[in-house]
Design a protein around this ligand. Sequence first.
Ligand code: ADP
Ligand code: MG
Length: 244
Amino acid sequence: MYSRQKLYEGKAKIIYATDEPGVLLAYFKDDATAFNAQKRGEIVDKGRINCEISTHLFRLLEAKGIATHWIDSPGERQMRVRAVEITPLEVVVRNMAAGSLCRQTGLALGTPLKPPLVEFYFKNDALGDPLLTRDRLLIMGLATEEQLSQLIRLAKEINVILSGFFQQCGITLVDFKVEFGLDAQQHLLLADEISPDTCRLWNQSEADINRRILDKDRFRQDLGNVEQAYQQVLARILTHISQP
Ligand code: ADP
Ligand code: MG
């Protein structure tokens, strides 16, 4: 696969072209970044674990009727996906206040958000991925009103499925980020990855506010045991997922 044409190298994955039209190969790396890449490091085995976690979650979502870019995962760290034109929006769903929401609003960490909050950030590293308003997003032409409603509806559906599944795993899905894109037929597909890099996950059997963290916040906040947390998420998913 290394001889394939590299189309893009991002912070967490490399995207390769394949012989099949409309199909790309995503290769998951161990590189970790936080705070718009101001903090950099590596999480041992993260690429393998995140690829596996994403695979199980995309499969779960597909089984529940969500259209995703996932085709199959032919080897360690590798995922075959349908090529899409990524909508440059980070769609964030929050079930509880954490991270930038707490910093920007003063809401206490863990404040329940009912109904869940759906937010849009402009996927633009140079601008620091700013929070968008609905009107800004429309003015910028990042989506039409109709697409925006569709994105909100999809994000909420994905949240119900993922929250319910993680609940079975004894994990609280605090918040998560997803990306969408349009394929050649203009179908909107859930793309990118769903992993402890892109979700906040709290272990329900730990009361301690640091010990309960099973996601990239361990890396962001230098809490240690980052690899172990990612492994724990995968282990619980494997115990609770129904194999096809
Ligand atoms: P970034 O540093 O931009 O977050 P990543 O390393 O996470 O990059 O991933 C590589 C890039 O691949 C991202 O920009 C992501 O939007 C893009 N991508 C994800 N899925 C697809 C897809 N199915 N088709 C095209 N691009 C994709
Ligand atoms: Mg990314």
